[in-house]
Design a protein around this ligand. Structure first.
Ligand code: FEO
Length: 397
């Protein structure tokens, strides 16, 4: 499992975890990538989730035998990558931890590990002999301590979560040795779920790295990216972090007895008749929000539907709206609608919620009492048409 002659992959695959971070489904699993650089000094880049330590250690020993590891480079402290630090330190008591000024308090706080550390600042270098490593601090991609490590000798970027994706690896490590189809959608979902809030830090990181030539991007999740895929991966992260979106509409609704869902259907029909092809209706009580967020990151239009429930927005809809707000999403067009029996609250509350979201409201919000009738049918058609017109107005730009 070589990335380059003296650079080895020693990561592991997790096909057992149901929810990443306790929240996000993993239908294809996830990989925790770690890399071993064999040189006069031996360096390990990141570790793996603690449950995989034995497999991880076996992989390391298969390459270096009983030789010690000189450095552990800690690009990121989230436990999917730092979880094995304590056990690794027990195996290699003299290993020097390499991190920045944000890193070591986390190491001690999580694992009680202290000892010899090597603190680096932005742009600092570390020579392993033949390989020269340079460190770039990239805070909030995805935690405050995150940094990326660039192997100037081999032109490899060890990018932490940056450029990562969900999906375990199926034998191959480097993209050119595998069918990568599944990873592209899983990259958008990973970004929207995990890194989505940090568009501005991702942009700063991209600017910082823009002068570097890459032979490969070695992130902590998913394939090692090479060749033309390097530009593709950077382009995906660039667009997502700018909150750029394609023409299309996500209609995300909750519904107790189907009345709000019927409104969603009518709105969607109008959108399609007006020439909008990417229209996706999502029942937010059924479809995991992980996937709805992916859709919302992908498409420019968002239409939210909610019945009034206990005088509030339907709980699953409110939960989705909180997730959207938590990602500081920008530049979406918003329509909204809802149904009620005796007192409507949800529609007004979605409008109130938009004071946080600051999305451009398109069309008239619709409050439907009881069930769909001719007047509300027409209003739903009008909302669909208004959204379609707003999207089509962008085509000329
Ligand atoms: Fe894969 Fe932010 O950890």
């Amino acid at each position: 499992m070589k990335i380059k002659d003296r650079v080895h992959y020693v990561g592991v695959n997790d096909r057992n975890k149901s929810l990443f971070e306790g929240l996000w489904p993993l239908p294809y699993g996830v990989s925790y990538n770690s890399y071993l650089i064999e040189d006069e000094k031996i360096a390990l880049v990141d570790t793996v989730e603690v449950g995989y330590f034995e497999i991880f250690l076996e992989k390391i020993k298969r390459i270096i035998g009983d030789k010690p590891i000189d450095y552990l480079i800690i690009n990121h402290m989230e436990p999917d990558h730092s979880g094995s630090i304590s056990l690794l330190k027990q195996q290699y008591p003299n290993i020097v931890l390499v991190g920045n000024k944000q890193t070591f308090a986390m190491v001690e706080g999580y694992y009680g590990v202290t000892g010899e550390n090597h603190m680096v600042a932005d742009g600092d270098t570390l020579s392993l002999g033949h390989h020269n490593l340079r460190f770039y601090l990239t805070p909030m991609v995805h935690w405050p301590e995150t940094m990326m490590t660039y192997d100037e000798t081999e032109r490899l970027l060890f990018s932490g979560d940056g450029f990562g994706c969900f999906g375990a690896l199926n034998g191959g490590i480097i993209d050119s040795t595998m069918n990568t189809d599944v990873y592209w959608d899983e990259m958008v979902r990973y970004y929207s779920n995990i890194v989505g809030k940090y568009g501005s830090p991702v942009q700063k990181a991209l600017a910082k790295l823009s002068h570097l030539p890459f032979d490969a991007i070695c992130s902590t999740h998913g394939p090692v990216w090479t060749g033309e895929n390097i530009c593709k991966v950077i382009d995906i992260y660039n667009k997502l972090s700018l909150y750029e979106a394609e023409e299309g509409v996500v209609i995300a609704f909750g519904s107790m007895y189907g009345h709000t869902e019927q409104m969603a259907e009518v709105i969607a029909e109008a959108l399609c008749e007006e020439g909008i092809k990417n229209v996706f209706i999502r029942n937010v009580s059924k479809t995991n929000h992980s996937y709805v967020l992916e859709d919302i990151f992908r498409y420019k239009g968002l239409i939210i539907g909610s019945p009034t429930y206990n005088g509030q927005i339907f709980p699953d809809v409110e939960s989705l709206l909180s997730k959207v707000a938590g990602r500081d999403m920008k530049g979406r067009y918003l329509g909204y609608f809802g149904s009620y029996c005796w007192a409507c609250a949800s529609v007004k509350r979605i409008g109130d919620f938009n004071e946080k979201l600051k999305f451009e409201v398109v069309g008239n919000p619709i409050e439907m009492r009881y069930a769909l009738k001719e007047d509300t049918y027409k209003m739903c058609r009008e909302l669909g048409k208004a959204m379609a017109d707003r999207l089509k107005a962008d085509r000329a730009n």
